[in-house]
Design a protein around this ligand. Structure first.
Ligand code: HAM
Length: 424
């Protein structure tokens, strides 16, 4: 048997209804907030990611699925969506029509990380990006949107953490302070951190090695090094969140694993997920559009990790399953042909209807209706046809009623609208 590639997974029919529900809710909310969908390819030129995410990050150094295609180009399966969304904004000159764009995209991302609970090599994200606005209220509004989404899903025990990483003006000051701290603590750092210490010291906040984690707890705080403008920007984000009654924690070590961030960064954590507890993350990236060849336009966005979100909703999958409204139990050749027509008529009315083509006994057809958990069974045989009726059985109450054949479709539709479980 040929099996799945390690770190990849199938999403089986028992779970897809929940995935669809979550994605539909996200689309609804994002569109209510003025976002448009953008569809981007899974494959991009490798340079797009090394230039945006940063050459010294775990993603670019160790985790990308990169290959040389037959024409000799270096291509990479996208490890995230922001870089591609920015590329599209720049390449199609979307900014020329209006610099302000709110774009979302939903789909799979690929990172060759060590597989574990909540960490896959193909995982799914709902990604939202806003271009052309540097007002801190946009950052707050995006966080509010994210928390509303979590709220609509009634997720328990989630925490919002925020931070500010400053701008090209104040970041160097912080980097200097961090570098002298790291030099005096180099004895406690792992080899990866020692290597990155000069090139990309912020990355050391992400290291999971216990001695590095402990050391970094005493590291200087970026928040103590913000310039006046960044301090005011962060103050405004916090003020708006408070105004919306969105609780948050400040975490000065929240540097995120990608190099493009400036100013606000944030993450939503769910303790019950264990080690991989980030359900969503994002932040501002005011220099990225320019760095990728576009005009000087700011950007801010987030990505929700769908796999982890679904994990938090485990146990709710059944609620969203779409079971048949009606199972047509047709006994005999004549009834089978009438039933086949009803099947199509009911579906035209958006009734989920099923039939058994094998013309088995009533008993075995009822067993199948039970197995499918149909709300109703419409029973018809030669005798019923001669009498001009069919029998509609409510599978919950076990009540049966005779239905005249003339208006049978509208009769059944009406019964389903008033009594059946699940929406049409
Ligand atoms: P990220 O923090 O790398 O940010 O990923 C966002 C979310 O994707 C994480 O919080 C997590 O839920 C999920 N995720 C990441 N890696 C995996 C994995 N291996 N398995 C399962 N889930 C995973 C970004 O990707 C940024 N592009 C977000 C952003 C958008 N920033 C600005 N705009």
């Amino acid at each position: 048997m040929i099996k799945l590639v390690r770190g990849f997974k199938d999403i089986l029919p028992a779970d897809t209804a929940l995935w669809q529900h979550v994605e539909a809710l996200a689309r609804e909310l994002l569109e209510d907030f003025g976002f448009y969908e953008l569809r981007i390819p899974l494959l991009e030129q490798t340079e797009l990611f090394s230039r945006s995410i940063g050459a010294g990050t775990d993603i670019v150094e160790k985790e990308m699925y990169t290959f040389t295609d037959r024409g000799g180009a270096s291509l990479t399966l996208r490890p995230e969506a922001t870089a591609s969304v920015v590329r599209a904004y720049v390449q199609h000159r979307l900014y020329a029509k209006d610099p302000v764009w709110k774009l979302y995209t939903i789909g799979p991302m690929f990172r060759r990380e060590r597989p574990q609970k909540g960490r896959y090599r193909q995982f799914y994200q709902i990604n939202a990006e806003v271009f052309g606005v540097d007002d801190p209220r946009t950052d707050a509004e995006l966080i509010l949107l994210l928390m509303r989404f979590m709220g609509r899903l009634e997720l328990p025990d989630i925490t919002l953490q925020i931070n500010s990483l400053g701008c090209p003006e104040c970041r160097p000051r912080f980097k200097n302070a961090l570098e002298s701290f790291l030099t005096s603590h180099s004895g406690q750092l792992c080899s990866d951190c020692l290597r990155r210490q000069d090139q990309n010291p912020l990355r050391l906040f992400d290291c999971k090695v216990p001695s590095c984690k402990e050391t970094m707890q005493d590291a200087p705080s970026v928040l103590d090094h913000l310039c006046e403008t960044c301090r005011a920007h962060f103050g405004s984000v916090k003020e708006s969140l408070e105004g919306f009654q969105v609780p948050y924690q400040i975490n000065h070590g929240l540097v995120r694993g990608l190099d493009y961030y400036t100013r606000t960064t944030f993450e939503v954590l769910a303790e019950s997920l264990g080690a991989q507890d980030a359900v969503a993350g994002g932040g501002r990236y005011d220099g990225l559009v320019k760095a990728l060849g576009g005009p000087e336009q700011p950007g801010v966005g987030f990505a929700i990790g769908l796999d982890r979100l679904i994990e938090l909703l485990a146990g709710r999958a059944q609620v969203f399953e779409k079971r048949p409204h009606v199972f047509i139990a047709a006994i005999g050749k004549r009834a089978q042909s009438v039933g086949f027509q009803w099947l199509q008529d009911l579906r035209l009315q958006r009734v989920r209807a099923e039939i058994d083509f094998e013309n088995r006994s009533l008993k075995s057809q009822m067993r199948r209706a039970d197995k499918l958990e149909a709300s109703y069974v419409l029973i018809v045989g030669d005798r019923e046809l001669d009498d001009g009726i069919a029998v509609l059985r409510n599978m919950t109450t076990k009540e049966q009623e005779k239905v005249p054949l003339e208006n049978i479709i509208s009769f059944v539709v009406n019964r389903i609208d008033t009594t059946a479980v699940g929406s049409r």
